[in-house]
Design a protein around this ligand. Structure first.
Ligand code: DGL
Length: 358
């Protein structure tokens, strides 16, 4: 036990010395990039080098992740902060508020040129969209994860991390909204989603398309996002400690009102219905959603499908029901925009404007 403690304190001292050394070795010709570590598989370890499922996420600290990719010191002055150490299925509204406030504080500093956030892939798309709406800087913010743990043969984390730092250090990445760097691709935080349970090419923007590629560790852009983000948004979380409770009710054959009624009884302020097809409302569900609306819950019609515009007054008379439609946002991302919208207003016309703006 004593040996273990002294080994741990030696590792901590080493990490500190590395951090100090890297700070002193800053090259004024290179951009200063801060890596905020939250956990996930990129920080995960498995029992063997061929373990790519059944590993433990969120075990490796940020200094170790940085030391594993020394090439990064050639393209940026890199520093790291361990903000959380969690598997991202456990990401919460409170984690998001803490992370966003730290990002905004750092980006307000002249000596921080870009930020990388290492993150589990399960909710990476959600954190990216949340930050896309609340980061108040044009400087690059890049989320990155991995599908294989750091201990695996051909782990994808190191190259993904290198690419993410290269992107965050690139002036051309500024003003493009929060970005996701995975598998040699650049995606927009608003439109990307995880599409496969375990494959390294899981992050896709199937119809609206990714923004660009990495080649040889260099980013190349081919598209711009069209919706407002970061400094153009009306949302300010600087004084918020909680977000309005909003949940998602999922539709499928034979679904009834149980989940919707439970959410309403639990006191949600907003409810996203992940409908079938073009957001269709099953007959057993419609009365429960109308009753929710009558109690002041803001209802957003989304789809479980994953792609396409959810048309207002298409599969339901939204004008009559006083519902909002999610446009092209997935149900999980519609929940994020609805939470932030409810920090500003309960007016459904205003909220619908927000869904057509961001
Ligand atoms: N538990 C999952 C998470 O932290 C592992 C998946 C990953 O990070 O790739 O999101």
């Amino acid at each position: 036990m004593l040996f273990q403690k002294s080994a741990q304190s030696m590792i901590a001292l080493l990490g500190f010395l590395v951090a100090v050394a890297s700070a002193q070795a800053a090259d004024p010709k290179l951009a200063n990039v801060t890596i905020l570590a939250t956990g996930g598989t990129i920080a995960g370890t498995g029992a063997t080098s061929t373990t790519t499922v059944g590993y433990t996420a969120a075990t490796v600290g940020i200094q170790t992740l940085i030391q594993a990719v020394p090439e990064m010191t050639r393209i940026a002055n890199v520093s790291g902060e361990q903000v959380f150490q969690i598997a991202s299925e456990n990401m919460s509204n409170e984690h998001w508020l803490t992370l966003a406030k730290r990002v905004n504080t750092l980006l307000a500093q002249k000596d921080v040129h870009g930020i990388v956030i290492t993150h589990g892939t399960d909710t990476l798309e959600e954190t990216a969209f949340f930050l896309n709406l609340v980061v108040k800087s044009k400087k690059p913010v890049v989320l990155v994860g991995s599908m294989r743990p750091s201990s695996a043969i051909s782990a994808d984390g190191p190259v993904n991390l290198y690419n993410a730092v290269a992107l965050a250090a690139t002036p051309d990445a500024a003003g493009r909204g929060v970005l996701v760097a995975m598998n040699d691709q650049i995606h927009a935080g608003r439109d990307v989603s995880k599409s496969n349970t375990t494959m390294v090419d899981t992050f896709r923007t199937p119809e609206l398309g990714m923004l660009g590629y990495f080649q040889g560790g260099k980013p190349f852009f081919y598209r711009q996002v069209t919706r407002k983000h970061t400094t153009e948004t009306e949302f300010d979380i600087s004084s918020l400690n909680v977000l309005p409770p909003v949940d998602v009710a999922y539709a499928y054959a034979n679904v009834g009102p149980t989940a919707i009624d439970a959410f309403v009884n639990a006191g949600v302020k907003g409810l996203v219905h992940a409908g079938v097809g073009n957001g269709s409302l099953p007959a057993k569900v419609r009365p429960a959603l109308s009753a929710a609306r009558a109690k002041g819950v803001v209802v957003v019609r989304a789809s479980r499908v994953g792609q396409g515009i959810l048309a207002r007054n298409g599969e339901a008379n939204d004008d009559e029901l006083d519902f909002v439609v999610a446009d092209t946002l997935s149900a999980q991302k519609a929940r994020i925009l609805l939470m932030l919208a409810l920090t500003k207003t309960n007016d459904t016309k205003e909220i619908q404007r927000m869904f057509y703006t961001y």
